[in-house]
Design a protein around this ligand. Structure first.
Ligand SMILES: Cc1cc2nc3c(=O)[nH]c(=O)nc-3n(C[C@H](O)[C@H](O)[C@H](O)COP(=O)(O)O)c2cc1C
Length: 164
């Protein structure tokens, strides 16, 4: 199989956040999509701390990142683990429905985990959308292609799209 064809699938870039007790935790996930009018799915690697916390809280927020997102925010959230670091120390958040949301984002969805499907490496979390809002309609939501081509970003091995 030509694995390069997988690079032709389109995505956005999102911050998935939840809580570890009272502490905000989360990571970056491109593999987020709307499934029905009020459900979304997120593919989360088993090794991500966010996975463990989503299983416990059964709730998560999706912050839709814009093209203007600071690469530092992606670095904090997408290239280190909340197990060792307090990632949100330097990222401004809003608390919506008890969930941390990235302030500098296009908007957010607040979801309740209503089902899961396991693969060898990732769990698909099915979330029912409880709430959502646009925070800044002047921002353009960032596509995964823009992240790679314009922002010159990379994806770590826990991203489902990683090609070793
Ligand atoms: C652009 C980008 C896209 C990513 N997409 C996903 C994804 O869809 N699913 C996933 O499990 N990890 C994805 N990751 C990797 C996680 O963000 C990364 O493993 C993170 O360090 C996990 O942090 P945690 O241990 O605090 O949860 C992505 C990372 C980046 C930078």
């Amino acid at each position: 199989m030509d694995k390069n064809i997988l690079r032709s699938l389109s995505y956005g870039v999102y911050a998935i956040s939840t809580l570890d007790g009272d502490r905000p935790v989360g990571c970056i996930a491109n593999s987020t999509m709307q499934v029905t009018y009020d459900t979304v799915v997120v593919s989360m690697n088993h090794d991500n701390f966010t996975h463990e916390c989503m299983e416990k809280t059964k709730k998560f927020a999706i912050s839709i990142l814009g093209e203007d997102i600071e690469m530092n925010t992606i670095a904090f959230l997408g290239f280190q683990s909340g197990r060792e670091k307090d990632k949100f120390e330097h990222i401004e958040t809003l608390t919506i429905d008890n969930m941390p949301v990235i302030k500098n984002s296009v908007g957010y969805l607040i979801c309740e985990v209503i089902d899961k499907l396991d693969t060898e490496t990732h769990t698909l979390f099915l979330g029912k959308i409880l709430d959502g809002a646009v925070l800044d309609d002047t921002k353009t939501p960032m596509t995964y292609a823009y992240y790679h081509k314009v922002k010159k970003g990379n994806s770590p091995k826990n991203a489902p799209t990683y090609i070793g």
